[in-house]
Write a protein that binds this ligand. Structure first.
Ligand code: GLN
Length: 549
């Protein structure tokens, strides 16, 4: 097993995740079977209870793990399927060690960060790295490990120490350390500054880790003298100082690293051979070129809540992008704050509302993504009404299914007070209700989570066609509420058909509105399994309808 360990310095959010995924792509293209581990130094057991507004989206895995969004990057880039254990947090490690302590595993000993926490981290990594991460069921050959946060933070210190020890546990010939840093440009002349990188590498080396490669994020390609200077001060060879400057699209990042000899360096450090033909890299090149050559726009109105931070909808954006490549158009997302559509609300800024309606009514398609809490609910309901009545293509995801059902019940069935019990406990028509098996006392990890089957109920419908006619699909879930089975018959009688249900035949998974170009919603989150080159079918349907294809 080979390990590529990616750490970061200077700032968070400089693209460690994309760097790590791109290294994975290069390794995979050289014939190695990759897997990935993300280390998050926070105390939460998982990302499930964290606000997407603060931390970006919560990514959901097949096994129901609610994890950091970087695992989504790995799944998409490497086309793997990870588990909750591929996301290691401080909370998880401590929980494990404390449980062992209570059991008496350390009897007589003082339990300490070193060696007990650091050993637990290493055991965890070794164990997870050997687990299959794809359909082949075979053990991976290489594990990319990304250390979250920046080196030097108090909370990541035990992990840095564990990784320092780890190189001796598995042998230095099996470990490659890659440090991602920032090279800012200052002043009118636009000089590339090396000092922040010098400092972070000094910090890393002070903790006992010498990087094999430096990945320098910058706006422009690194100047040669800057590269030389970094090599000199950071104890790496000049070839191992890599320029990760801005490129036209994300698919160019692996190619950018490849051009600078990264595969060759990895193969020398880790001891594997690179085959002559690397079709995967050709595919990436084709994808990167295609993305650069899209013509014409397609506007999708995204009616959501956390529109200030686009990372809170990362997988939805990716799924839309994947589909836009397929229909050959440039994706433009028009962000609409759902509550801005509710002009009736008191004290509302009317110009905001007008602007929101203008965007909504000029969009080629409308998407209402998942969400929790009642802010903006009425706005989402209005968006569904508008899409239904104006024949605008609509895709609802999870909450976007529930709000569309509420809208339909209010305005087509005439049940004025129809609502979800999530927002109104005493509604006259509880058309969306709490699922009986879900805990009301604990919020962490207690939803209906992960991959569950959806069975098509009809031979022919738009969604089934989009999924190539299969009889069932396995998609990922994350919800507590569902369409009330007691109302299904009435709703279907008016033309909103539940064409996909779970294996009990009770739970609604997909609806389609008859006599509408594309009015579809899913209780599951199809965005999590979308891939570049293999877009998620419901998203592809939305984009095809939006571009009249
Ligand atoms: N709040 C809704 C529920 O819990 C929708 C959840 C979601 O969109 N992920 O069912």
């Amino acid at each position: 097993m080979k390990y590529v360990i990616v750490s970061g310095g200077v700032l968070s959010g400089i693209g460690k995740g994309v760097t790590a995924s791109s290294l994975g792509v290069l390794l995979k293209s050289a014939g190695l079977r990759p897997t990935a581990i993300k280390i998050d130094p926070y105390l939460n057991t998982d990302a499930g209870t964290m606000s997407p507004f603060e931390h970006g989206e919560v990514f959901v895995l097949d096994d129901g793990g609610e994890v950091d969004l970087d695992l989504g990057n790995y799944e998409r880039f490497l086309d793997v399927c990870l588990t909750r254990d591929n996301n290691l947090t401080t909370g998880k490690v401590y929980a494990k060690v404390l449980e062992a302590e209570r059991r008496g595993d350390y009897l007589g000993k003082t339990v300490q960060v070193i060696p007990h926490i650091t050993d637990a981290v290493q055991d965890w990594i070794e164990d997870v790295a050997h687990r299959s991460a794809d359909e082949s069921g075979e053990e991976p050959d290489v594990c990319v490990i990304e250390l979250g946060g920046t080196v030097g933070d108090i909370e990541s210190a035990p992990f840095v120490e564990a990784l320092r020890q780890f190189q001796f546990r598995v042998g230095p010939e099996n470990c490659c350390f890659v440090h991602v840093s920032l090279v800012p440009v200052i002043g009118v002349v636009g000089e590339q500054k090396t000092k922040p990188t010098q400092h972070t590498v000094k910090e890393l080396r002070g903790l006992g880790i010498t990087p094999d490669m430096l990945v320098c994020r910058s706006e422009r390609p690194l100047e040669d003298d800057v590269r030389e200077k970094l090599a000199l001060f950071c104890h790496v060879s000049p070839e191992a100082v890599l320029s990760a400057h801005d490129v036209s699209n994300i698919y160019r990042v692996p190619l950018l690293l490849e051009e600078q000899g990264v595969s060759e360096m990895l193969s020398q450090k880790l001891g594997f051979a690179i085959p002559d033909s690397r079709t995967l890299l050709d595919d990436w090149k084709a994808m990167a070129d295609r993305v650069d050559n899209l013509s014409g726009d397609v506007h999708i109105a995204m009616v959501g809540k956390y529109t200030g931070l686009s990372d809170s909808y990362l997988s939805v954006i990716k799924a839309l992008q994947h589909s836009s490549f397929e229909v050959g158009r440039k994706l433009v997302i028009d962000w609409i704050e759902a509550s801005d559509l509710e002009h009736i609300a008191e004290g509302k800024d009317e110009s905001k509302s007008l602007e929101a309606w203008k965007l909504l009514s000029s969009a080629d398609g409308i998407l209402v993504p998942g969400g929790f809490g009642d802010r903006g609910i009425e706005g989402k309901i209005l968006a569904a009404k508008y899409a239904r009545e104006s024949n605008t293509p609509y895709l609802g995801i999870c909450l976007g299914l529930q709000t569309a059902v509420i809208e339909f019940c209010r305005n087509v069935l005439g049940w004025e007070g129809a609502n979800s019990t999530e927002f109104d406990e005493s509604t006259s028509h509880p058309v969306v209700v709490f699922m009986p098996e879900i805990s009301k006392t604990h919020l962490g990890g207690t939803m209906r989570l992960g991959s569950r089957p959806t069975l098509f109920q009809v031979d022919e419908c738009a969604t089934r066609t989009l999924y190539s006619g299969v009889s069932h699909v396995d998609e990922r879930h994350r919800h507590r509420y569902e369409v009330n089975p007691a109302f299904i018959e009435d709703i279907e009688a008016k033309g909103l058909k539940f064409v996909g249900k779970d294996d009990s035949g009770q739970r609604c998974e997909i609806f389609e509105l008859v006599e509408h170009p594309f009015f579809v919603a899913t209780q599951y989150h199809p965005e999590f399994k979308s891939r570049p080159g293999r877009p998620s079918p419901p998203f592809l349907g939305l984009l095809q309808a939006a571009t009249k294809q």
